[in-house]
Design a protein around this ligand. Sequence first.
Ligand code: NAD
Ligand code: UFG
Length: 351
Amino acid sequence: MLIFTNNLNKTPKILVTGAAGFIGSHTMVELQQAGYQVIGLDNFENSSIHVADQISSITGTPITIENIDIRNKKALIAFVQQHKDIHAVIHFAAYKAVGESVQFPTKYYENNVGGTANLLDAMAVNDINSIVFSSSCTVYGEANPPVDETTPVQIATSPYGNTKQICEELLRDQNRANGLNVISLRYFNPVGAHDSALIGELPLGIPNNLVPFITQTAIGKRKQLTVFGNDYPTPDGTCIRDYIHVVDLAKAHLKALEYQLAGKNQLGFDVFNLGTGKGSSVLEVVAAFEKVSGQHLNMVFGPRRAGDVVQVYAACDKANKALGWKTERNLENCMQTAWAWEQALAKMENK
Ligand code: NAD
Ligand code: UFG
């Protein structure tokens, strides 16, 4: 078995794909603040080129996020070759809209699976043998919560979900083939924004996700929030999810990386759930938002949304124990920072 060893004479250099995105940008901040050298790449299809400046404003250290598309294998290999001393990769770059993936499956397989295969080849050519991968709790489908990592992976209900499962299999095969050291992190529902309100989620068009829809409704961009179903078998009739603050999530990536760099990922391929362990209903999320923002939210009940699972929340004991990580923020902090970010965005847009 190949164990990743860090050259202790150097500060590790980390390549982050999808570095300008929601979770990538927050992870870039944590990496820089922890003293890592970081190089980012993104094609800015779902993010802004200004994110690098915002990250630098937070950390006080200049950074570059280069415009590279991971579907362009030649350009990707050339880019990785330019940066010879990369120790490890954190791979966020992907499409993530479940509904769109149902409409345009090939787009999702090409980017999420094809892009990951290109990245693995670029890593192999350059002897980079450590990767942290962004997976999702969607791999568990409708399971009895709390969901731990021994819960069987279910047949995916969307092409997006399937790309995450296929990528996990691809990474497992690459581990078998050449000893690639892999940690796949299965996120529950990432929300919130950085305390500085300089970076956050940037949904394109009408948001699909609950929290950006709430903040956009409160700021006046949307007329009202429609709660998708209030007849579920839950205490208040609305669906339950595990909402994790994006900064807590970003910090988990550092812990996973440190675990790998210290040679502790002895299995070579491992998966960890990242959530809070606590489920919150849609109505609880709305109540938390109203409490911290002082806003009354325009809200109506509508029919159930196709494909929604009733309730899912994580058992995170594995990440707590092995990675020495646990969440530090609660739902109110998620809503407060998401609201501050929405207000900051509105100010930027009005300039
Ligand atoms: P995001 O869209 O904000 O960030 C992804 C970034 O990757 C964007 O900046 C986008 O421009 C970039 N990108 C996409 N395709 C690319 C390509 N071909 N080449 C280069 N860059 C490309 O999404 P996010 O919420 O930060 O999600 C990051 C990762 O986490 C994704 O893999 C996503 O599937 C996964 N994930 C997200 C959630 C969630 O709810 N946000 C949940 C589970 C898993
Ligand atoms: N919801 C509403 N109204 C809205 C939007 C959402 O009531 O306008 C409800 C949904 O029905 C669901 C809950 O809010 O009950 C959360 O919905 P999200 O769309 O915010 O999140 P999901 O749990 O459906 O899915 C998210 C991401 C997926 C990812 C998954 C697990 O969208 O990409 O979390 O990580 F795979």
